[in-house]
Structure formats: structure tokens, C-alpha cells
Write a protein that binds this ligand. Structure first.
Ligand SMILES: [Zn+2]
Ligand SMILES: [Zn+2]
Length: 256
């Protein structure tokens, strides 16, 4: 499994993009940093997009991608849970902001949307997919992706602490987790459903107690303004856990 971090931050700027993961060039997790990261031919190779939740930084590029695919006659499969689909169909694919690519072109709409249920495995483009609820300010799922050759990735999506139930459902070799803030924002993390290094440490300790191991850990969704603080604090956590934690950046490639 080849994983490319197309976006690794929670804010967009010249050098940062919204958290978006590309797996083996065909499967996408979240879509906030998609079109500006990929050439048109690379966009046409995409087979499916899995959305974790409705927040703008995770869905932003779907209309732009759909326009590109529409113009070339291609289609894309998009998957999410029902609450995400409801918000997107009410507010984004309503034909007011942009064409409704759920219905256009009439004979073969550009977007083929499928609603999935949490905690039920589903085969998507050859991968075994499991959506697992996490703790964010709106209904959100992380995704466990198992490749045909048995490699297992779990992407937490945006989440706050309290992941014990989630950890019970997954057994990844690699964990791509959100890490938005530095420790001085711990309280606001608890309120808004995000993680800081000290909070992530607690969750990883629970993971290790439950599972008896720690996966390879990579972080995304970092606040670019807090990067130096987060870097210093996560280095301490990695040392305390005696396990490496990699800060993800745009363009980083990971192999499982
Ligand atoms: Zn969010
Ligand atoms: Zn976000």
C-alpha cells in the first residue's frame, strides 16, 4: 500500500493543504486538498473517495473534481455515512452553488454516491473498508483500509480524545491520526473534538494496553501556526512512549 499525503494541515495556504490522503493512486480519504495536488490525468485515475465528515476542509474539492471529470466524461464513486450525505445533498449538491453532479449528466451522473454504515465492512475497489465512529463536533468516522495483500491502515479523521471504543474495532499496522493543536490548547481540543500531543499520548497508551503493540504513527491536520510547538511536544511523547511518531507533510509518501 502506497499512501501519499496530499494535504496534511487544517488550514490552507501557499505551502499547506487540507488533510487528504491518496492510497495507491486510486482511493482518496477526504477531499479538501485534492484537485490542486493532482494533475488532470491523475484525477482521472481516481476510483473512489471516502469522506469522514461534513466539515468544509474535508469536502472542499469535490465540486472542482466533479467539474473536471464531468468535462472529460469520467465518473467517481463517493462514500460516506448518512449524516454526511444529507448535509452534502442539502447544501453542496443542490444545484445552486454549482451544477448538481449527483444528477448530471442525466444518463450517467459524474458522482455515484453510496451511503455506508459504520462498523460494517464493505469491499470498495478491492479494499476492505471499515468505518469507525470517532469523537468530533459533528458525526465523524475514521476508516480502516485493508489492502488485497493484507496491509492495514487506520485514518482517525478529525477526532478528540476518548478513542477506546474505536481502538477495539481496529488493528492497523499504520495509524494516521489527526494532531491539530499544541498542548496549551488542550481544553479547546476537548471542546471541539481535536487532539494535542498530551491527549494523543493518552490515546496511544490505551491502544497499547488494549492491543499489546503500537502501530507506526503518522500525524496530519496540523495547525500550521503551531508547527514548532507541536514538533517539540510530540518528540517528547515519542520518547516517553519509546515509539517514533512522524509528523506528516504535503507530498510525503508512506509505504506499508
Ligand atoms: Zn472537522
Ligand atoms: Zn478538519
Amino acid at each position: 500500500m502506497n499512501i501519499r499525503l496530499l494535504g496534511a494541515h487544517n488550514c490552507e495556504s501557499q505551502h499547506t493543504r487540507f488533510a487528504t490522503l491518496l492510497i495507491d493512486g486510486t482511493l482518496v480519504l477526504d477531499a479538501g486538498g485534492l484537485t490542486s495536488s493532482l494533475s488532470l490525468p491523475a484525477q482521472q485515475k481516481l476510483k473512489a473517495i471516502l469522506l469522514t465528515h461534513q466539515h468544509y476542509d474535508h469536502i472542499r474539492d469535490i465540486p472542482a473534481l466533479a467539474m473536471n471529470l464531468y468535462l472529460s466524461g469520467a465518473t467517481i464513486n463517493i462514500y460516506s455515512t448518512l449524516p454526511v450525505y444529507d448535509v452534502l445533498s442539502d447544501h453542496l449538491f443542490d444545484g445552486k452553488l454549482y451544477p448538481n453532479f449527483l444528477e448530471l449528466p442525466q444518463e450517467n451522473p459524474t458522482i455515484d454516491f453510496t451511503v455506508i454504515e459504520p462498523l460494517k465492512t464493505k469491499q470498495i475497489e478491492g479494499y476492505n473498508i471499515l468505518a469507525v465512529p470517532v469523537n468530533h463536533s459533528v458525526p465523524t468516522v475514521g476508516y480502516q483500509i485493508t489492502s488485497p495483500d493484507g496491509k492495514v491502515l487506520f485514518y482517525t479523521a478529525d477526532t478528540g480524545p476518548g478513542l477506546t471504543d474505536c481502538w477495539m474495532q481496529v488493528s492497523p499496522q499504520m495509524l494516521i491520526t489527526e494532531l491539530t493543536n499544541s498542548n496549551r490548547f488542550e481544553e479547546s481540543c476537548r471542546e471541539s473534538g481535536h487532539l494535542a500531543p498530551a491527549l494523543l499520548k493518552q490515546e496511544l497508551i490505551i491502544f497499547r494496553e488494549l492491543k499489546g503493540y503500537l502501530p507506526e504513527v503518522v500525524t496530519v491536520h496540523m495547525n500550521p501556526g503551531l508547527e514548532e510547538e507541536i514538533k517539540a511536544e510530540i518528540a517528547v511523547v515519542a520518547e516517553e512512549l519509546n515509539s517514533p511518531i512522524i509528523l506528516g507533510y504535503e507530498g510525503m509518501e508512506l509505504n506499508l
